[in-house]
Design a binder for this molecule. Structure first.
Ligand code: SAH
Length: 213
Protein backbone atom coordinates (compact mmCIF):
# COMPACT_ATOMS: atom_id res chain seq x y z
CA UNK A 1 0.00 0.00 0.00
CA UNK A 2 1.33 3.37 -0.98
CA UNK A 3 0.33 6.95 -0.34
CA UNK A 4 1.51 8.74 -3.48
CA UNK A 5 1.70 12.46 -4.36
CA UNK A 6 -1.36 11.86 -6.50
CA UNK A 7 -3.33 10.55 -3.52
CA UNK A 8 -2.13 13.50 -1.44
CA UNK A 9 -3.26 15.95 -4.10
CA UNK A 10 -6.67 14.29 -4.33
CA UNK A 11 -6.94 14.50 -0.55
CA UNK A 12 -6.22 18.24 -0.59
CA UNK A 13 -9.04 18.70 -3.10
CA UNK A 14 -11.37 16.63 -0.92
CA UNK A 15 -10.57 18.88 2.05
CA UNK A 16 -11.38 21.94 -0.12
CA UNK A 17 -14.70 20.34 -1.07
CA UNK A 18 -15.55 19.68 2.60
CA UNK A 19 -14.69 23.27 3.48
CA UNK A 20 -17.01 24.52 0.72
CA UNK A 21 -19.77 22.26 2.06
CA UNK A 22 -19.51 23.98 5.44
CA UNK A 23 -17.02 21.98 7.53
CA UNK A 24 -15.07 24.61 9.48
CA UNK A 25 -13.26 22.73 12.27
CA UNK A 26 -9.63 22.96 11.12
CA UNK A 27 -8.56 20.02 13.29
CA UNK A 28 -11.11 17.77 11.60
CA UNK A 29 -10.06 18.99 8.15
CA UNK A 30 -6.38 18.41 9.01
CA UNK A 31 -7.09 14.83 10.15
CA UNK A 32 -8.97 14.06 6.93
CA UNK A 33 -6.16 15.71 4.95
CA UNK A 34 -3.65 13.47 6.67
CA UNK A 35 -5.40 10.08 6.58
CA UNK A 36 -5.12 7.91 3.42
CA UNK A 37 -8.77 6.95 2.87
CA UNK A 38 -7.77 4.62 0.01
CA UNK A 39 -6.16 2.28 2.59
CA UNK A 40 -9.65 1.65 4.02
CA UNK A 41 -11.29 0.71 0.71
CA UNK A 42 -11.13 -2.37 -1.46
CA UNK A 43 -8.60 -1.99 -4.27
CA UNK A 44 -11.34 -1.79 -6.89
CA UNK A 45 -12.42 1.58 -5.45
CA UNK A 46 -8.96 3.10 -4.98
CA UNK A 47 -9.45 5.39 -7.98
CA UNK A 48 -12.48 7.00 -6.34
CA UNK A 49 -11.34 7.03 -2.73
CA UNK A 50 -11.20 10.83 -2.55
CA UNK A 51 -14.61 11.49 -4.02
CA UNK A 52 -17.12 12.65 -1.44
CA UNK A 53 -19.08 9.39 -1.64
CA UNK A 54 -19.77 6.25 0.42
CA UNK A 55 -18.46 2.90 -0.95
CA UNK A 56 -19.17 -0.78 -0.22
CA UNK A 57 -16.76 -2.44 2.26
CA UNK A 58 -18.26 -5.98 2.30
CA UNK A 59 -20.89 -7.57 4.60
CA UNK A 60 -23.44 -5.26 2.90
CA UNK A 61 -21.94 -2.27 4.73
CA UNK A 62 -20.43 1.00 3.53
CA UNK A 63 -17.69 3.41 4.53
CA UNK A 64 -19.46 6.72 5.26
CA UNK A 65 -19.17 9.64 2.88
CA UNK A 66 -16.27 11.94 3.92
CA UNK A 67 -18.72 14.84 4.46
CA UNK A 68 -20.70 12.70 6.93
CA UNK A 69 -17.51 11.65 8.77
CA UNK A 70 -16.43 15.30 8.94
CA UNK A 71 -19.88 16.50 10.05
CA UNK A 72 -20.24 13.89 12.83
CA UNK A 73 -16.66 14.45 14.01
CA UNK A 74 -17.16 18.21 14.09
CA UNK A 75 -20.34 17.77 16.19
CA UNK A 76 -18.45 15.53 18.58
CA UNK A 77 -16.01 18.33 19.63
CA UNK A 78 -13.33 15.85 20.67
CA UNK A 79 -10.53 16.97 22.96
CA UNK A 80 -7.15 15.24 23.29
CA UNK A 81 -7.09 12.23 25.66
CA UNK A 82 -10.87 11.99 25.82
CA UNK A 83 -12.43 8.53 25.88
CA UNK A 84 -14.52 8.07 22.75
CA UNK A 85 -16.77 5.11 21.97
CA UNK A 86 -17.61 4.47 18.32
CA UNK A 87 -20.44 2.07 17.44
CA UNK A 88 -19.99 0.66 13.91
CA UNK A 89 -16.27 0.29 13.13
CA UNK A 90 -16.94 -0.70 9.51
CA UNK A 91 -13.77 0.10 7.55
CA UNK A 92 -12.12 1.75 10.56
CA UNK A 93 -11.80 5.12 8.82
CA UNK A 94 -13.90 7.12 11.31
CA UNK A 95 -12.05 5.56 14.26
CA UNK A 96 -8.72 6.51 12.67
CA UNK A 97 -9.90 10.13 12.24
CA UNK A 98 -10.79 10.21 15.96
CA UNK A 99 -7.41 8.74 16.90
CA UNK A 100 -5.63 11.44 14.86
CA UNK A 101 -7.49 14.02 16.96
CA UNK A 102 -5.81 12.53 20.01
CA UNK A 103 -8.79 10.62 21.40
CA UNK A 104 -8.57 7.26 23.15
CA UNK A 105 -10.88 5.32 20.84
CA UNK A 106 -12.95 2.24 21.66
CA UNK A 107 -14.75 0.92 18.59
CA UNK A 108 -17.38 -1.83 18.30
CA UNK A 109 -18.40 -3.82 15.20
CA UNK A 110 -20.98 -6.63 14.90
CA UNK A 111 -19.52 -8.19 11.69
CA UNK A 112 -16.49 -10.31 12.49
CA UNK A 113 -14.75 -9.97 9.08
CA UNK A 114 -14.98 -6.15 9.28
CA UNK A 115 -13.76 -6.15 12.88
CA UNK A 116 -10.74 -8.30 11.92
CA UNK A 117 -9.86 -6.21 8.87
CA UNK A 118 -10.09 -2.91 10.74
CA UNK A 119 -7.96 -4.23 13.59
CA UNK A 120 -5.27 -5.29 11.11
CA UNK A 121 -5.37 -1.86 9.45
CA UNK A 122 -4.92 -0.05 12.80
CA UNK A 123 -1.84 -2.20 13.46
CA UNK A 124 -0.40 -1.52 10.01
CA UNK A 125 -0.89 2.23 10.42
CA UNK A 126 0.49 2.02 13.96
CA UNK A 127 -2.63 3.72 15.36
CA UNK A 128 -2.16 2.66 18.97
CA UNK A 129 -4.93 4.80 20.42
CA UNK A 130 -7.66 2.49 19.11
CA UNK A 131 -9.12 -0.63 20.71
CA UNK A 132 -11.50 -2.79 18.67
CA UNK A 133 -14.25 -5.06 19.94
CA UNK A 134 -16.42 -7.63 18.18
CA UNK A 135 -19.62 -6.83 20.04
CA UNK A 136 -23.24 -5.73 19.77
CA UNK A 137 -23.18 -1.94 19.93
CA UNK A 138 -26.64 -1.83 21.50
CA UNK A 139 -24.94 -2.88 24.73
CA UNK A 140 -22.21 -0.25 24.51
CA UNK A 141 -19.03 -1.14 26.40
CA UNK A 142 -20.02 -1.18 30.09
CA UNK A 143 -16.58 -2.28 31.36
CA UNK A 144 -14.93 0.82 29.83
CA UNK A 145 -17.74 3.33 30.53
CA UNK A 146 -18.25 6.19 31.09
CA UNK A 147 -17.23 7.87 27.82
CA UNK A 148 -16.71 11.59 27.18
CA UNK A 149 -18.01 11.11 23.67
CA UNK A 150 -20.05 8.43 21.86
CA UNK A 151 -20.54 8.33 18.09
CA UNK A 152 -22.90 5.92 16.31
CA UNK A 153 -22.26 5.45 12.59
CA UNK A 154 -25.35 3.36 11.74
CA UNK A 155 -28.99 4.52 11.60
CA UNK A 156 -30.78 3.69 14.87
CA UNK A 157 -34.60 3.40 15.07
CA UNK A 158 -34.47 5.08 18.50
CA UNK A 159 -31.73 6.26 20.87
CA UNK A 160 -30.57 3.25 22.95
CA UNK A 161 -30.81 4.21 26.63
CA UNK A 162 -27.73 2.05 27.36
CA UNK A 163 -25.60 4.45 25.33
CA UNK A 164 -27.05 7.55 27.01
CA UNK A 165 -26.22 5.96 30.35
CA UNK A 166 -22.60 5.31 29.33
CA UNK A 167 -21.90 9.05 28.86
CA UNK A 168 -20.05 11.12 31.44
CA UNK A 169 -21.98 14.08 32.86
CA UNK A 170 -21.30 16.83 30.29
CA UNK A 171 -20.62 14.14 27.65
CA UNK A 172 -21.91 14.15 24.06
CA UNK A 173 -23.58 11.43 21.98
CA UNK A 174 -23.84 11.91 18.20
CA UNK A 175 -26.31 9.47 16.63
CA UNK A 176 -28.38 9.31 13.42
CA UNK A 177 -31.96 8.36 14.37
CA UNK A 178 -34.74 7.17 12.05
CA UNK A 179 -35.84 4.23 9.90
CA UNK A 180 -35.39 5.04 6.16
CA UNK A 181 -33.74 8.39 6.62
CA UNK A 182 -32.17 9.66 9.83
CA UNK A 183 -31.99 12.92 11.76
CA UNK A 184 -28.51 13.60 13.11
CA UNK A 185 -29.02 14.06 16.83
CA UNK A 186 -26.52 15.40 19.33
CA UNK A 187 -27.41 14.51 22.88
CA UNK A 188 -25.80 16.29 25.82
CA UNK A 189 -25.88 14.70 29.26
CA UNK A 190 -26.52 17.38 31.87
CA UNK A 191 -26.89 15.20 34.97
CA UNK A 192 -27.58 11.63 36.14
CA UNK A 193 -31.15 11.98 34.89
CA UNK A 194 -31.17 14.83 32.33
CA UNK A 195 -30.26 14.78 28.64
CA UNK A 196 -30.80 17.49 26.03
CA UNK A 197 -31.33 16.75 22.33
CA UNK A 198 -30.27 18.88 19.33
CA UNK A 199 -31.27 18.15 15.73
CA UNK A 200 -28.62 18.63 13.03
CA UNK A 201 -30.47 17.61 9.86
CA UNK A 202 -31.06 14.68 7.51
CA UNK A 203 -28.64 11.88 6.68
CA UNK A 204 -28.82 8.35 5.33
CA UNK A 205 -27.00 5.43 7.00
CA UNK A 206 -26.93 1.63 6.90
CA UNK A 207 -29.10 0.27 9.76
CA UNK A 208 -28.01 -0.15 13.39
CA UNK A 209 -28.89 -3.85 13.83
CA UNK A 210 -29.15 -5.89 17.02
CA UNK A 211 -26.96 -8.95 17.74
CA UNK A 212 -23.71 -10.11 16.14
CA UNK A 213 -22.64 -11.81 12.89
N1 SAH B 1 -17.68 4.14 10.83
C1 SAH B 1 -17.65 3.29 9.67
C2 SAH B 1 -19.00 3.27 8.98
C3 SAH B 1 -19.47 1.88 8.79
S1 SAH B 1 -21.15 1.66 8.39
C4 SAH B 1 -16.52 3.64 8.74
O1 SAH B 1 -15.82 4.64 9.00
O2 SAH B 1 -16.26 2.92 7.78
C5 SAH B 1 -21.84 1.21 9.95
C6 SAH B 1 -21.30 -0.03 10.61
O3 SAH B 1 -22.10 -0.25 11.78
C7 SAH B 1 -21.40 -1.31 9.78
O4 SAH B 1 -20.13 -1.88 9.66
C8 SAH B 1 -22.34 -2.20 10.61
O5 SAH B 1 -22.00 -3.57 10.56
C9 SAH B 1 -22.15 -1.63 12.00
N2 SAH B 1 -23.23 -1.93 12.95
C10 SAH B 1 -24.56 -1.92 12.75
N3 SAH B 1 -25.23 -2.28 13.86
C11 SAH B 1 -24.28 -2.53 14.81
C12 SAH B 1 -24.31 -2.96 16.17
N4 SAH B 1 -25.45 -3.23 16.82
N5 SAH B 1 -23.14 -3.10 16.83
C13 SAH B 1 -21.96 -2.85 16.22
N6 SAH B 1 -21.86 -2.45 14.93
C14 SAH B 1 -23.00 -2.29 14.23
Amino acid sequence: MQDTYRHQGQRKRLVDTLRKKGIHDERVLAAIGQLPRHFFLEEAFEEWAYQDKPFPIGCEQTISQPYTVAFQTQLLEVEKRQKVLEVGTGSGYQAAVLALLGARVFTIERHRPLYLRAQKMFRQLDLRGIRCYHRDGYLGLPEMAPFDRIIVTAGAPTVPFTLKEQLTIGGLLVIPVGEEQQRMLRIIRHSETEWEEEDHGDFRFVPFLPGME
